[in-house]
Design a protein around this ligand. Structure first.
Ligand SMILES: N=C(N)NCCCC(=O)O
Ligand SMILES: [Zn+2]
Ligand SMILES: [Zn+2]
Length: 322
């Protein structure tokens, strides 16, 4: 872009607790000439199987993101100096009809994707990953999905319904949006419906790094496996905040004991900054069960580190084109 990017409201001039909420107090998309990375909320939770409330996730993550600062030392990168990041507001799909809702998300994400380089979504329940992958498929073809979650989310139906927050990656795999040789779940744990769940999941193209593996072998070993499987394939990152232990993320709809720490999750995300990231979502923040923004802050930092990694991807490709 010609002019330098518009950054967030200056916290040394306007206190960070003042003003309307955008992610990290960044400008709204209408306020800038062109946008490289759009942060967009999807307040939606009609797909949940247990505790509702993820429809209030986007506003909670935005409110919990006010303390973020411009320079990310963990990636040695200042995203907002380099690319234009803006808050694109919310995609607000039909709350009463799941089929209509996923179609609306797909259309809105496709349109937004034509205007910006990358979209980083704040959910919303995990249902939204299905239409988001459908939209990204039109731009990039099948993508490697790196899915951080306590759950597989490759189940078939609930109450005979195919579109739910427990089924997005099965639908996406069946419809050909994911690269079945390069996709993975990270942080999986907890009870399943049966052993067949794992067989179905493998058939749908996912490898698994369990929460237990990370405890036993360590984060470095997990990173090594992720990098080997994904390589330079176009990469979509989907983070269900329930991948974190409930002590790190109580504010979510289907919590499972024995999860990751926020430190482990952030370290894995930072290690992916040189991969070919093409899109991401952070979902399942349900503020009614949160306390002191514990979950909101964890989610806002996950968004921040993914955003920084995305900005590095854009910066690299611009430098290579020069
Ligand atoms: N995507 C999330 N968070 N949860 C899926 C759990 C589906 C179930 O109740 O079996
Ligand atoms: Zn989950
Ligand atoms: Zn999930």
């Amino acid at each position: 872009m010609a002019s330098s990017p518009v950054g967030p409201t200056d916290a040394s001039k306007t206190p960070r607790y003042a003003g309307l909420s955008t992610f990290a107090r960044l400008p709204r998309i209408e306020e800038v000439e062109s946008t490289d990375i759009a942060i967009v909320g999807i307040p939606f939770d009609t797909g949940v199987s247990y505790r509702p409330g993820a429809r209030f996730g986007p506003e909670h993550v935005r409110a919990s993101s006010r303390l973020l600062r411009p320079y990310n030392p963990a990636q040695d990168f200042a995203a907002w100096d380099t690319v234009q990041v803006a808050d694109a507001g919310d995609i607000a799909p039909n709350p009463f009809n799941l089929k209509k809702a996923v179609d609306e998300v797909e259309v809105a994400a496709t349109e937004l994707g034509e205007r910006v380089e990358q979209i980083l979504t704040i959910g919303g329940d995990h249902t939204v990953a299905y239409p988001l992958l459908k939209a990204i498929n039109k731009k990039h073809g099948p993508v490697a999905v790196l899915h951080f979650d306590a759950h597989l989310d490759t189940w078939d139906t609930y109450f005979d319904e195919p579109i739910t927050h427990g089924t997005p990656f099965r639908r996406a795999s069946e419809e050909g949006y994911i690269d079945q040789t390069a996709s993975m779940h990270i942080g999986t744990r907890g009870p399943l419906y049966g052993k067949g769940d794992l067989e179905d999941d493998a058939r749908l193209g996912f490898a698994i790094i369990t929460s237990e593996f990370i405890e036993e072998e360590g984060v470095a070993a997990a990173i090594e496996r992720i990098r080997t499987r994904i390589g330079d394939k176009p990469l979509y990152i989907s983070v269900d905040i329930d991948v974190l232990d409930p002590s790190h993320a109580p504010g979510t709809g289907t919590p499972e004991a024995g999860g990751l720490t926020s430190r482990e999750l952030l370290r894995m995300i930072r290690a992916l900054a040189d991969l070919n990231i093409v899109g991401a979502d952070v979902v399942e923040v349900a503020p009614a069960y949160d306390h002191a923004q514990v979950t909101g802050i964890a989610a806002s930092h996950v968004v921040y580190d993914i955003m920084t990694a995305m900005a590095q991807v854009i910066d690299r490709s611009r430098k290579a084109a020069e």
